[in-house]
Design a protein around this ligand. Sequence first.
Ligand SMILES: [Zn+2]
Length: 148
Amino acid sequence: MVVVDANVIIHGRADQRFSQAFTVPEVLEEMKSSEASMKADLLDLQVQRPDSEIFEQVQSKSEEIGAATSETDEKLLALALTRKDSLVTDDKDLQNLGLHLEAEVEGFLEDRIEKKLQWISVCSNCGREVSTPPCPRCGSQQVRRKLD
Ligand SMILES: [Zn+2]
């Protein structure tokens, strides 16, 4: 079994690797559009909460490396670690955090990052990881390099 993020749920049937998956309750809560929840119905999705101690470990590692991951992302990773399942996500920050915690991480539509990132570019304004300005979240043109 695998643990999947919202993006994988939305595009789940495009991929034949799995038809059943786990996710955390927060992902379903965040999937507001009816189209997205219909896709969630297509995938055989089981909902589970991560072990709280493991979640705390994920959160402190995230702070330690300055990961731009949301609490929901961190819960997904914690669930993968709790279940000893692979986490399937294209979120590079989340993949990177997973690698730092020695989790099994798989890319979904894109290949997974090869190794732990040492440096990342982040938006100077909101902190989101940005490959090229402007920041997709807030539109800022300012990016800075950050030690991973
Ligand atoms: Zn920004």
